[in-house]
Design a protein around this ligand. Structure first.
Ligand code: PLP
Length: 438
């Protein structure tokens, strides 16, 4: 047992975990799509850590930018103007839909959502927020209250005026739809009914992950997001798109909303903006909402908002992604290699019920029985009930692949920079491991 591991177990209190039941892997180094441990054993990282190293590990231009910025000016408070922060904001709004021209910087995704909701409430003078059951929005008060997955349960009640509804999920339709298209229509009817029953004049915002990520990479039916936009316009509700996971190349576009040409009022981001090399998140703000705070102070701020090291990393990341065609690579590698490769696995392994995704954002919905679509493990399974998923995790790691496993799903979410050869190497490991479950 290494000293790093011993000290970790003695003193590091880990997120979301029973502290004595975990055995964290020690990561000693990383490059591109790979990480390695202290013995030098290499693993292909099909998780991008927590779906954030969109540009891959240790991109030389981003590392150099952080080093140069550290040598020049490590930090400056948010109230001052700063060259890299201004440039990061410019590069971000340049890529956002038209009419969103300002950025409020945060330290990560949860506080981005927290502040977006606050802006929406102040802008509308209303309190309620509608959000989906199948979602994760972060671990601060309003963000965890908005979250749909079971991580909310022990935190429930921490924030008020948050109500959940069902988003579309054609494969396990909450509306008994028989097609994607029908699912989109019914999900919008359900949302409108929810708005009417909650009281349109009380609802400040609808908060949606553009493509719900942790909840299963639920690519919405084609008409859905435009329909949400339309409902928000009809009832004077602010549309907040959470692109913390789906943004910055993950879905094969700079922002996932670009797939459907939809313009939200607020977009929250984090993760891919600088691949998590230095923590950063933020809210991209429409001109209309920004105007609310033109002569009235926005009552919110963070000591490290727009931190120069994070901003320098964002500038270098966005420029490198643009110069090296990384976003279009993510789209192409998804369409030409990952998608077809996963579908080919599904054709041979009955445990794969559905393959869905785009860009470098894919999920395998695993089932006990394809005809009934019964999930491979029960919802929120733990202990022996979760044995098949635990086996998948152990067996893939044994073969040199770190997979993203959540409930009855395996997510394939490598860096946007992953090569065709690396995808094939990973798929060959998944093929072997799924054979164990056949
Ligand atoms: N929103 C989404 C969609 C996320 O996936 C996450 C994190 O996974 C968050 C918000 C929270 O971000 P953070 O952990 O940076 O606070």
């Amino acid at each position: 047992m290494s000293r790093t591991y011993e000290l970790d177990r003695a003193h590091v209190f880990h997120s979301w975990s029973a502290q004595t039941l975990i055995k964290p892997m020690v990561i000693d180094g990383a490059k591109g799509s790979y990480v390695w441990d202290e013995e030098g054993t290499r693993y292909l990282d099909f998780t991008s850590q927590l779906v954030f190293t969109n540009i891959g590990h240790q991109h030389p231009k981003v590392v150099a930018a952080i080093q140069e910025q550290a040598a020049r000016l490590c930090t400056v408070a948010p109230a001052f103007a700063n060259d890299v922060r201004s440039e990061a904001a410019r590069l971000i709004v340049e890529r956002a839909p038209e009419g969103l021209n300002k950025v409020f910087f945060t330290n990560g995704g949860a506080d981005a959502n927290e502040n977006a909701v606050r802006m929406a409430r102040l802008h509308t003078g209303r309190r309620k927020v509608l959000t989906t059951y199948r979602s994760y929005h972060g671990n601060t008060a309003t963000a965890i209250q908005m979250t749909g997955d079971p991580r909310r349960w022990p935190n429930d009640g921490i924030a008020t005026d948050v109500h959940h509804f069902f988003g579309p999920y054609a494969y396990r339709s909450p509306f008994w739809s028989s097609s994607e298209e029908e699912e989109g229509v019914r999900a919008l009817e359900h949302l409108e009914a929810t708005i009417q029953l909650e009281g349109p004049s009380t609802i400040a915002a609808i908060v949606l992950e553009t493509i719900p990520g942790t909840a299963g990479i639920l690519v919405p039916p084609g008409s859905y997001l435009a329909g949400v936009r339309e409902l928000c316009d009809r009832y004077g509700i602010v549309f907040i798109a959470d692109e913390v996971m789906a943004g910055f190349g993950r879905a094969g576009e700079w922002f996932a909303v670009d797939h459907w040409g939809v313009t939200p009022d607020l977009i929250t981001f984090a993760k891919g903006v600088n691949s998590g090399y230095v923590p950063m998140g933020g809210v991209i703000i429409s001109d209309e909402i920004a105007a609310t705070f033109a002569e009235r102070p926005f009552p919110g701020g963070l000591t490290y908002s727009g931190h120069p090291l994070a901003a320098a990393a964002a500038v270098a990341t966005i420029n490198a992604m643009a110069d090296e065609g990384i976003v279009s690579h993510a789209a192409a590698v998804g369409e030409d290699v990952i998608g077809p490769g996963l579908r080919e696995l599904a054709s041979r392994h009955p445990v794969i019920g559905e393959v869905r995704g785009l860009g470098v954002f894919w999920a395998l919905d695993l089932v006990r029985d394809r005809s009934t679509r019964e999930p491979l493990v029960p919802f929120n399974a733990a202990g022996p009930d979760n044995a098949p998923m635990a086996e998948l995790l152990t067996e893939t790691k044994k073969r040199g692949l770190i997979p993203f496993v959540n409930m009855n799903r395996m997510h394939v979410v490598p860096p946007c920079t992953i090569s065709e050869g690396e995808v094939k190497e990973g798929l060959a490991i998944l093929d072997e491991v799924f054979t164990l479950l056949d």
